[in-house]
Design a protein around this ligand. Structure first.
Ligand SMILES: C[S@@+](CC[C@H](N)C(=O)[O-])C[C@H]1O[C@@H](n2cnc3c(N)ncnc32)[C@H](O)[C@@H]1O
Length: 227
């Protein structure tokens, strides 16, 4: 069955990000990046790569009408859904593009965005390093990249202590690795962990990486990354 047919998947992902991201977007997530709230209010360009159904961007586009937002995702179905919600809400400052980001390191528009995000969207990419290189390329030199990804150590034996480690390894094998491997990709899996995340970010060209944890969220690390 083609990947496009898994419509329920993007619905579930949107529910998940609704719980872990939307509920704390303004109070806890935007403030992770110094000065971001003010810059969004003044007007910047933001990209959400692997945006799925785009709920986070739709919220930001409504909150910050002077900024312009772009969401990209492999799934045409998910981006069409997001575009329809934007039209319904009368939002003119957000666009959703169906795009395979596997070669984003060559296709990304250089220095185009002030702020880039990925929410749970790097480890199941076909070519995660290419996506990260593309994000580095498309980010302005004074911009910031915020990456939400699953917390883990990059070592199975150390993850035994993880409060929901068994669950996360199961989801990873059943879904995340499969999405990537089905694209002929790396199959990193959700439990690629902080050590490997930092290694990939460095290889992609980023130099400064700060890891944050949010009190309400035992599942994710929040990396604030700059060039
Ligand atoms: C776990 S979902 C997260 C979606 C969304 N960020 C959210 O939080 O609801 C990962 C997303 O990565 C997208 N994705 C996977 N491979 C991709 C590729 N090669 N190019 C672009 N997006 C891809 C999937 O379609 C999916 O929407």
């Amino acid at each position: 069955m083609p990947y496009e047919k898994f419509s329920r998947f993007h619905e579930v992902m949107a529910e998940d990000s609704g719980q872990s991201v939307l509920s704390s977007l303004e109070a806890h997530i935007v403030p992770l990046v110094p000065g971001l709230k003010e810059r969004l209010a003044r007007g910047i360009r933001m990209l959400d790569a692997g945006c799925g159904r785009g709920r986070i961007l739709l919220r930001l586009a409504a909150l910050y009408p002077r900024s312009r937002f772009v969401g990209m995702d492999l799934s045409r179905e998910a981006t069409e859904y997001a575009r329809a919600r934007a039209t319904e809400a009368g939002l003119k400052n957000v666009d959703f593009i169906a795009a395979d980001l596997s070669a984003f390191h060559t296709t990304a528009e250089p220095e185009a965005f002030d702020f880039v995000t990925t929410f749970d969207a790097i480890h199941d990419q076909g070519q995660p390093l290419n996506v990260l290189k593309g994000i580095c390329r498309t980010l302005k030199s004074d911009g910031a990249y915020l990456m939400q990804d699953i917390s883990g150590t990059s070592h199975v034996e150390k993850d035994i202590e993880h409060p929901i480690g068994t669950f996360l390894y199961t989801i990873s094998c059943m879904h995340c690795m499969t999405v990537s491997l089905a694209q002929g990709g790396e199959g990193l899996g959700a439990m690629w962990g902080e050590e490997r995340t930092r290694e990939y970010l460095n290889k992609a060209g980023f130099r400064a990486i700060k890891t944050h944890r949010l009190a309400h969220d035992i599942q994710n690390n929040w990396y604030v990354v700059t060039k």
